[in-house]
Structure formats: structure tokens, C-alpha cells
Ligand binder design. Structure first.
Ligand SMILES: [Zn+2]
Length: 383
């Protein structure tokens, strides 16, 4: 949807939120305090799948735009509202929308989508931080296949296909990508350390000396470690179809989330080197998605988003961050100068776990603050 701006020379803005939601894991429906698809408003909150990810933002954008229109707001820049229908399953909607915008010659000054939040108990500072996602990791799934002669399991060879496969997986995971304090994750650590001061600040400022200590700290927590290297996660295994049959082919899927400084070609090269001359084939299941570009944390778009967020959290630290999952916004790289991932929601680390989990809900007050945020952002950036 386009809200036409009055100045055709002014670069538009793109605001995004996806419509689809992830399913509720079968068998967990009864664990919900209120039914997951009823939209119950109770205990000062809206309950249900998607209230946070991402219908909250979508409805928030609708409400903000509606309120601005009623107040007689006339945008100078055009506002494109882009809402994908399959973000959780490939993002073809956003890809199509981006192609259409490109065909129209749109070059937005910034794009804002989901991806990060105001974290109220940010590690290191134990306080609130406005974390604006300036980039997201790439994604790829590698299929490792061990082909073997097969046969009856009563007469096994010295090594079955399953064993060849198992060794190859361990070779690959045994050679992890090293942790590197760089990119948006490093910027975030610097901002948090500067706020914290004292020994932490000194450790971050003197990474040549304290680097190993910092790395050990990050290594301890998977969620933090994910920002500092390409992760390797074997997720699926397949062998013989029957317990007494030797597999003719055994395969594993290994899911990678690619750090901004790596490319899928680095992963393939590393995996090949790790398995050496083992009798396995390596192939991407689908063409991998390279990491996104890193957007500016000094641009006008950044400043507008930061100011709109700060108005609602004046005491919070402001920091760029790396989004370790994927969002629809990556599709807008070709039609937008900068792409930011930020939802104006205030969560603790623990609360953020309800996204895609049980009892997803949003406080009515948070929802109102979110609408105000979007209205502020649109009024200041497009007005
Ligand atoms: Zn989402």
C-alpha cells in the first residue's frame, strides 16, 4: 500500500510487518492461559499467536497511519506499507513486493521491519537498551550424504554409511568458525561496555589483551555467541529405512547461520576441508542466502528511529545489533538505502522467549506505546 507523498523528489520510507504467524506446537494448546487463536483481551493484555510476532506491529502500523490520517497529516515523502504473507516460510511476498518497488524505481531513505526490541535487562549493563538491528545473518542448509553398498545388517562391512556420516558430521562441527569480535555485535559490546564503565570498559577497549577473556564469556551463552560467528547446527538425520538393513545412503542436514563477514563459499570450503577424503558428498539443499548488508548507524533514518524510540525510553542505551534470525526486510536492500529491524516493544530476555512459544501476549499498554512510536516515526520522517 502506498500513501502518496506531496513531494515527488523526496525519497519514500518503507514500513513493514508480516501477516503470517508460526503454528502452535500440537499438544501445547492446553498450556495456553487463553486460547492461542481467540485474541482474548484479559489481564491487561492481548493473548494469542502473533500478538508479538508480528501482527502487533502490523496492527500498530495500521492504527498509527489511521490516526495520522484522521488528524489531517499530509506526508511529504511517500509511505509504503509492505506486509508479507509468508515471512516465516520463505518470504516470497516480500521478495515480490521488492521487485515491484524496484520496477517503479523506488529508492527509499530507510526501511523499518521487525527483528529487535527494547531489551529491559540487557546483559553487561543489566538495564534497558534500544537495540536496532542493522543487519541480519545469512542462512544455508548443507546436506551431507554418505553413499555405501548397503546389504543385510547381519554381515556389516567395517564401516557402514551411518558411521561414515557420523564421523563427517563430527569433523564439521569439530571445526567451528572462530568467534570474532567484529561487526554490529562488536559495536553493541562497545556501547554496553562504555555505559557500564570500569573493568568491562577497559576489557573492551583493550581487546588485544582481554580478547580471550571476552570470547570465553560470549562462548558461555549460545544467544550471545551467535552474534560473533557463523553457527553450525546439525538438525536432521536419515539412514536406512529398516533396522536390519544397511543404508545405501545416509544423510544429514546441517543448518548454518552465516556471520556478516563470511560467505556461503567459506562454509563449503571449510566443510570440505573438515571432512577431508571421507566418502561423503556435500551440497546445499537450496541456494544459501548470504548475510545482509550492514546499515548505517549514523544515517538520517537511524536518527529518526532512534529519536522515536528514545521518546518512550529516555533512560535506555542506544545500540546497533546483529539480528541472528531472518526477516522480510532483507528483500528491501535493493530498494532502500538503509534497512533497520526494530519493534518498539519492551521485553526482558525471558519474556522474549514467548515469541514462537506458548502464551504469546502483548500488554495493552505496550500496544499503545507501539502505536505512538510508529506515529512519531512516520510524522517526523515523512512529514
Ligand atoms: Zn516475525
Amino acid at each position: 500500500y502506498q500513501w502518496q507523498g506531496s513531494d515527488p523528489a523526496a525519497a519514500p520510507i518503507i514500513v513493514m510487518a508480516h501477516q503470517d504467524v508460526v503454528p502452535v506446537t500440537p499438544g501445547t494448546e492446553k498450556d495456553w492461559k487463553y486460547p492461542p487463536f481467540a485474541g482474548t483481551i484479559a489481564d491487561n493484555a492481548v493473548w494469542g499467536r502473533g500478538t508479538v510476532d508480528d501482527k502487533g506491529s502490523l496492527v500498530g502500523l495500521f492504527e498509527a497511519i489511521e490516526a495520522l490520517a484522521v488528524q489531517g497529516f499530509k506526508p511529504k515523502r511517500s509511505i509504503y506499507l509492505v506486509s508479507g504473507h509468508d515471512e516465516e516460510a520463505g518470504g516470497s511476498g516480500a521478495i515480490t513486493a521488492a521487485a515491484q518497488l524496484k520496477a517503479k524505481g523506488v529508492k527509499a531513505i530507510f526501511t523499518i521491519d521487525e527483528g529487535s526490541i527494547v531489551l529491559t535487562d540487557t546483559p553487561v549493563i543489566n538495564g534497558p537498551a534500544i537495540l536496532i538491528g542493522v543487519g541480519e545473518k545469512g542462512y544455508g542448509t548443507l546436506k551431507v550424504t554418505a553413499n555405501a553398498p548397503g546389504g543385510h545388517s547381519s554381515m556389516p562391512p567395517s564401516e557402514t554409511g551411518v558411521e561414515t556420516l557420523a564421523k563427517a558430521i563430527l569433523d564439521i562441527t569439530g571445526d567451528p568458525f572462530p568467534m570474532e569480535v567484529r561487526g554490529p555485535g562488536a559495536s553493541m559490546i562497545e556501547v554496553l561496555a562504555a555505559k557500564k564503565g570500569g573493568a568491562t570498559k577497559m576489557a573492551v577497549a583493550n581487546q588485544w589483551l582481554f580478547g580471550p577473556i571476552l570470547k570465553r564469556q560470549f562462548d558461555g551463552s549460545p544467544s550471545t555467541a551467535a552474534a560473533f560467528h557463523t553457527t553450525i547446527a546439525p538438525t536432521m538425520l536419515e539412514g536406512s529405512p529398516k533396522e536390519n538393513v544397511l543404508p545405501q545412503s545416509a544423510n544429514a542436514l546441517i543448518n548454518y547461520r552465516i556471520a556478516p563477514w563470511n560467505r556461503s563459499s567459506d562454509i563449503m570450503a571449510r566443510a570440505k576441508a573438515a571432512v577431508g577424503d571421507a566418502k561423503v558428498d556435500l551440497a546445499w539443499v537450496k541456494p544459501p542466502r548470504e548475510p545482509s548488508r550492514i546499515s548505517s548507524s549514523t544515517s538520517q533514518g537511524w536518527k529518526w528511529i532512534a529519536a522515536a524510540a528514545r521518546a518512550d525510553a529516555p533512560e535506555a542505551v542506544l545500540s546497533p545489533m546483529l539480528v541472528v534470525g531472518g526477516t522480510d526486510s532483507r528483500s528491501m536492500e535493493g530498494v532502500s538505502e538503509d534497512v533497520y529491524r526494530f519493534m518498539p516493544m519492551h521485553f526482558t530476555l525471558k519474556e522474549s522467549a514467548m515469541i514462537h512459544g506458548t502464551n504469546e501476549h502483548m500488554a495493552v499498554d505496550s500496544f499503545k506505546r507501539m502505536i505512538d512510536f510508529y506515529a512519531r516515526l512516520i510524522a517526523t520522517s515523512a512529514g
